[in-house]
Write a protein that binds this ligand. Structure first.
Ligand SMILES: [Zn+2]
Ligand SMILES: [Zn+2]
Length: 285
């Protein structure tokens, strides 16, 4: 039995689609993690809609939703998450401190309020429980041990180290990180992960401002920083995540190829891709 990680949305900032993006996908952040019949969902970007349509076929849809932060590309899919409207569904929603449980609920209520949206959160008939995640405080969820950790990003963000079945998956989206700037807390959270999904929105040229405004302080990493972090922290496989909405498949391929020069076990996270983790192998479906 191995933990399985499935990507439903890998795009950053805003959903995007054109035919040149069809291999990587255009939906915003949503990742499903399963082990022993227990399901976690990381973020509720637009990718959560298709996951919800599949879950709605189950007699009793259940999941724990862990939010990294509440920027719109991480919450915008929630009003279209069908299980939330089903009385048979049970959902636990975990909001990052300092917003916590109440802040998460209030934010989701606001985005479902007139004039932005016609259906209120109160119309959701699932059993909804709201809880909080605090950096450094591990949460036990069935077979999972989930440890949140703080990431530098405007309005803050949480990464999640997820351990189950003898394997480790680390989800670290929306973070401006470099190997030189690693704190002991972030290093501990990422080191020796079997699979690391890490923000790699920009190229070093974009970050430095060689094409358009400098992206310093915008809260996102380059693919070269991601590769250096993965290498420094003895990660087994790196998936570049939070692809820029303007990026087409060929450009993502080029970024992967450059990152592989620093960290050979680098790929791009792709919508629809599933990765099985066990002690020995990672399999991409
Ligand atoms: Zn984002
Ligand atoms: Zn963000």
């Amino acid at each position: 039995m191995a933990m399985k990680v499935q990507f439903w949305g890998v795009r950053g900032s805003i959903a995007s689609f054109n035919p040149q993006q069809s291999r990587v996908g255009g939906n915003t952040a949503c990742v499903e993690v399963q082990s022993q019949g227990v399901r976690l969902i990381l973020d509720a970007g637009t990718g959560i809609r298709a996951l919800g349509d599949q879950m709605a076929q189950e007699p009793h849809p259940r999941a724990t939703l862990l939010f990294s932060h509440l920027h719109w590309d991480h919450v915008q899919g929630f009003p279209f998450f069908r299980p939330a409207y089903l009385p048979s569904a049970e959902l636990t929603l975990i909001g990052p401190e300092p917003l916590g449980a109440r802040g998460l609920r209030a934010t989701l209520e606001r985005q479902m309020s007139p004039p932005n949206f016609p259906v209120p959160l109160g119309a959701m008939r699932a059993k909804l429980a709201f809880e909080a995640a605090r950096p450094g405080q591990a949460i036990e969820l069935g077979p999972f041990r989930v440890t949140p950790f703080a990431l530098p990003h405007p309005q803050d963000c949480l990464g999640y180290r997820i351990e189950a079945d003898g394997a480790v998956f680390v989800f670290a989206t929306d973070v401006e990180l470099s190997a030189a700037g690693l704190t002991p807390e972030i290093s501990r959270a990422i080191e020796r992960a079997d699979l690391l999904a890490l923000d790699a929105q920009y190229t070093p040229e974009e970050y430095a401002g060689h094409s358009g405004p400098s992206k310093k302080g915008w809260g996102h990493s380059t693919m070269m920083d991601a590769a250096q972090v993965a290498s420094a922290l003895n990660v087994r496989r790196l998936l570049l995540f939070h692809h820029d909405p303007s990026r087409d498949d060929a450009q993502v391929d080029a970024m992967v190829a450059e990152a592989q020069r620093v960290f050979p076990a680098t790929e791009a996270a792709r919508e629809g891709e599933a990765v099985e983790l066990d002690n020995l192998t990672l399999r991409c479906a």
